[in-house]
Every structure is written in C-alpha cells, then in structure tokens.
Design a protein. Structure first.
Length: 404
C-alpha cells in the first residue's frame, strides 16, 4: 500500500510542537574570541525577521554604511552545513546589490573550502534598510537552501570626552592610551548597528576632594546611590559630548552595608535618568555620562564595559529588561549571555550560559567565561527592547548622551 504522506504534514497534528529543519545556518565568522568589525555577530533569535524590514527566514547581520569619512563596513559570514555534505556547492546571491555587494566569492561562483561569504555595504541609505542573502545549492540558479537578512545602518557618531579623575589626591593608573584602546575595541562591537565612538582629545586630568575614600568612587545603598558619582559628573561635564570618566576603583555597597571593592565595573547615566533625579538637599542631582574603574590591563573586559555602559546612556536596559541580580532578575539563556546588555561582563557557569562562544576572560581579577557582544536587530513581540539597534539609534538622535 502507498505510504501515508499526510503524516509529513504538521498541520495534521496541531498539538505537536513544530520543528524546523535547516540544511545550512549562518553564524559569526569568528577568528578570535573578541568582537571583530569584519565578523558581525548575528541576531539569530528565530527564523522570521520583522516583516516591515525584510521577511528573511534566518538571522540578520548588521552592516554600517559609509559616511564620506569612514568607509563602508565589510563583514564575513560563516556558513554551517547542518545537513549538507562538503561536496555540495553553494552559491550566494544578494537580492539588492545596490545596497550590499558581494565581495567573495565572485558573483556566480560557489563558496570556497572555508564556507565564508564576505559582503560590504555598497551605499549609505537614508534610513536603516535591508536586503536578503540567499544560498543556492548546485548552481547559481539552484534551489534556495538558506537565507539571512543584511541590514545596513547609516553611521551615527558619538563624540566622547575622556576624564581621568584624581580623588582625594590619588590618581587612577589609566592614561590617554587607555581611553584610545578601549574606544577602538568598543567600536568593533558597535559597528554592526551603525554606531561609532569618536574620542575628542585631549583627555582631561581633573581632581576632586571630599569623597569617602581616596582614588575610589563609592556607590551607596541609599536612595541617592549615585551621590558621589553625581558630584563628579556635575563638576566636570563638558557640553556637546558624551563625558566618560575613569577612576581608580568603584566600591559597591549592598543592602546590608557590605562594601565590595570594584564590585561594579562601570555605570552609565542617560539624560532620562538625570532629569528624573534632580538636585535635592545635599544631593547635587544626576548628570549624564558613564564611569569605569581602572582597567588594569583587562582591555577586552573594559572595552565591552564601555560599550555596555554607553548602551545604558542610550536607554538600553539589561537584556529583556531584567535588571536584577537574583533569581528572576537575570535572563538565563544563550541569547541573553551573548548579548552586550547581559547583566555582567562574565558568566559564572551553569549551562546553557557557561559557554557562548567568546572564550574565557583572564583579567587580573577573576577569570571567567565571557558574556557576548551582540545587539538585537529583530523585533520580537515577547522580548522587551528586542530591537536594541532601533532603541539606541533613536536615543542618539534624541541626544540622551548629552549633559543636561
């Protein structure tokens, strides 16, 4: 008797969980653990992109268009063969070559042995614009076995003014080179969403007295936890720029009054927060900017910290608005752990978040598995701020990084 083909139709079994089988996947073409400007980290949360953008069934990779001064971003995309043999030739095709050009392989040619596709933004659109990258099996006109979206963002530049803060007579160990190194690396994280940090020299060396502890910013457990931070930012803020501060240490005080030295890597304050926390009595009022303690050689950790704290300045909350620290206060999954706005720079083990593809930090403090750096581009109904690129780009245009 003939085989009952209706058994292959999932619509005949509405109570069963739908499964999607993929022949190939598109992943980050990483050759190093840290973020790379030519190896964008994809937003691979699900197979459907917001239909208002491009309805590609697969991940979306962000690209930055040229702006006359900065060249267009070029990025590599790795193809993973889930159910295709290495002998099957795959031919990439870009739907809108006026927006994104195919760098390698050549148009009409198959992928090389490394299964890498290299693309480049061909122009800077007036607004965020997307196209589709498709893979054909067997020939350039063969069946499509995989696709992803390529989203090109016009470049937005944020001017940053660096401040090295001496507290009660003791200066941090950082210098101008520290700022330059951290901003250079942080730009690798931000380029897929079309954002660039531009350090405005000179870095200012400034001094404040009257804080609780030399060379240390103390965060308290009172209503005005940012009391000392506000004093620094109010005293030294420069107009028209995002003000960035480095101090020697940041002490964090918990609800029981216990103090952890360098328990916080950095803090970012947006204009929204600053306006909602005005001067009150001895409290001078919040001010916009971000602050970190001395990196002490941990460049990768503090480059991601810089990008993370600027994310807060640009209205980004921790992933899925989970802003706590205890159970339920942190989103626990691989996508959260890979995200720039995860609640910590390092993960502490416990699958599935103990390995997200970024290797292990080995800073002078505690070694630990690295959290990731990807920023969401897809619009997903069940996740708050899922399109993080849109949130932060809107905030830049609203000037949330500027002093009030």
């Amino acid at each position: 008797m003939p085989f009952p083909l209706h058994l292959f139709n999932p619509q005949n079994f509405p109570k069963l969980t739908a499964r999607r089988v993929t022949l190939v996947r598109f992943v980050r073409a990483v050759t190093d653990v840290f973020s790379q400007s030519d190896a964008a980290d994809p937003d691979d949360r699900g197979f459907n992109l917001d239909g208002a953008v491009v309805n590609a069934h697969g991940p979306v990779f962000g690209l930055c268009g040229p702006d006359g001064t900065n060249p267009a971003q070029q990025t590599r995309i790795r193809v993973m063969r889930d159910r295709l043999e290495p002998t099957v030739q795959l031919f990439p095709e870009i739907a809108d070559t006026g927006l994104v050009s195919l760098v390698s392989p050549a148009t009409g040619a198959p992928l090389g042995p490394d299964d890498i596709v290299t693309v480049r933004a061909a122009r800077a659109p007036g607004a965020d614009t997307s196209t589709v990258l498709k893979l054909h099996a067997g020939s350039a006109t063969g069946p499509v076995v995989g696709e992803c979206a390529l989203r090109v963002h016009p470049l937005l530049t944020i001017p940053i003014k660096g401040h090295l803060i001496t507290i009660n007579g003791t200066a941090p160990s950082s210098d101008t080179q520290t700022f330059q190194d951290c901003i250079r690396e942080a730009n690798k994280i931000m380029v897929p969403v079309g954002v660039k940090f531009d350090l405005q020299l000179p870095v200012l060396e400034e001094s404040i007295v009257g804080l609780r502890k030399a060379n240390t910013l103390t965060l308290t457990n009172t209503n005005h936890w940012d009391e000392e931070l506000a004093k620094i930012m109010r005293q030294f803020a420069q107009p028209g720029v995002l003000n960035a501060y480095i101090v020697g240490h940041i002490d964090d005080t918990d609800g029981n009054g216990n103090v952890t030295v360098d328990g916080v890597l950095g803090v970012g304050i947006s204009s929204d927060f600053a306006r909602s926390n005005p001067a009150n009595g001895n409290y001078v009022g919040a001010q916009v900017g971000f602050i970190m303690h001395d990196p002490n050689g941990a460049l990768e950790e503090f480059s991601s910290t810089l990008a993370h704290e600027v994310g807060h300045v640009l209205r980004l909350e921790h992933y899925n608005n989970r802003n706590g620290t205890g159970p339920g206060g942190v989103q626990r999954n691989n996508w959260a752990g890979r995200n720039l706005m995860f609640n910590g720079a390092r993960l502490r083990g416990g699958p599935p978040r103990d390995q997200v593809g970024y290797g292990v930090f080995t800073p002078p403090s505690n070694p630990g598995v690295q959290a990731g750096f990807f920023l969401g581009i897809k619009t997903l109904a069940r996740l708050q701020q899922s399109n993080q690129a849109q949130v932060l780009r809107t905030a830049i245009n609203d000037g949330t990084y500027l002093p009030i």
